[in-house]
Design a binder for this molecule. Structure first.
Ligand code: ZN
Length: 281
């Protein structure tokens, strides 16, 4: 199953790529608000499985919003691919990798225009994003996938100067400018994948491939992250988890690279879809 946020309304995406409005089809049983569905996720899944979809309507991808636009918590993970930890000059974490947030006002839909901060060094990080579908507190790795509503593509846009400044680096502010957390293009349920733990992800800048990796190389897999975070605190329905990025970011290159006004960044994950960000000065 695929669900989307189409012009702020929850939609099911058919196998033909058309959209069906959930509030209308369910005659109000499920609200139009895309964030609300995660509070009734099991009930919604049962209903969607038992319901025959109409043909649906064609839509413009620029009308898509984030599939979880207002999570109560957004977790992001650093240094979670061996090759990226190496290029960043860090040893691999022996326990849970660094956890930080991207403040929720940074969330946007999959196709967007992003304004670059004036004196910044803005960088790309394509990431698999998981959205939580059931309250998860102190759960095991084996139980973790059943707490995931679905997966989407995310871009953890990062302004490196602010990210690494100060007496102790604090990741969250430099990663939270408006539009720095595009997500989408829709949410795909885990059962849609042959192996949800091994998906190819790619990122290109102006048509040049800059990142290519597989989530099978995550140091902490999606279930391991959920188990590790939920040892400390509960993950809530509709919460968002950015799982980390593979090698190829601009800051680790020689010479360093940054996103410039006019650049087009395209991020994609096998079996999910594509994000597209155009930058302005
Ligand atoms: Zn990241």
């Amino acid at each position: 199953m695929r669900i989307a946020n189409l012009s702020g309304r929850l939609a099911l995406i058919t196998s033909e790529g058309k959209a069906v409005d959930v509030e209308q089809l369910s005659e109000g049983r499920f609200a139009a608000d895309p964030q609300a569905v995660y509070g009734q996720w099991a009930e919604f899944q049962n209903w969607a499985t038992d319901t025959e979809l109409p043909v649906g309507i064609a839509f413009d991808p620029t009308d898509l919003g984030a599939p979880a636009p207002r999570p109560r918590q957004l977790f992001a993970i650093g240094l979670n691919y061996r090759d990226h930890a190496e290029e960043a000059g860090f040893s691999l974490p022996e326990s849970l990798p660094p956890v930080f947030t991207k403040f929720v006002t940074s969330i946007s839909g999959p196709v967007s225009e992003v304004r670059l901060p004036e004196h910044g060094l803005v960088d790309w990080e394509v990431e698999l994003v998981a959205v939580i579908g059931a309250h998860a507190h102190d759960i095991t790795v084996d139980a973790a996938w059943s707490h995931v509503a679905g997966l989407c593509v995310g871009q953890d846009l990062s302004e490196r100067i602010l990210q690494l400044a100060g007496p102790a680096p604090q990741f969250s502010m430099g990663k939270s400018y408006p539009g720095f957390a595009p997500m989408g293009p829709w949410l795909v349920t885990p059962d849609e994948f042959d192996d949800p733990d091994d998906l190819e992800l790619r990122c290109s800048l102006n048509g040049e491939q800059v990142q290519k990796g597989r989530t099978g190389n995550l140091v902490y897999s999606v279930p391991a992250l959920i188990a590790g975070i939920s040892e400390v605190l509960p993950l809530l329905p509709g919460d968002v988890l950015f799982t980390g990025t593979p090698a190829g970011v601009g800051v680790s290159r020689t010479p360093q690279r940054r996103i410039a006004p006019g650049d087009l960044l395209v991020s994609s994950i096998e079996g999910i879809g594509t994000l597209s960000q155009r930058f302005t000065g």
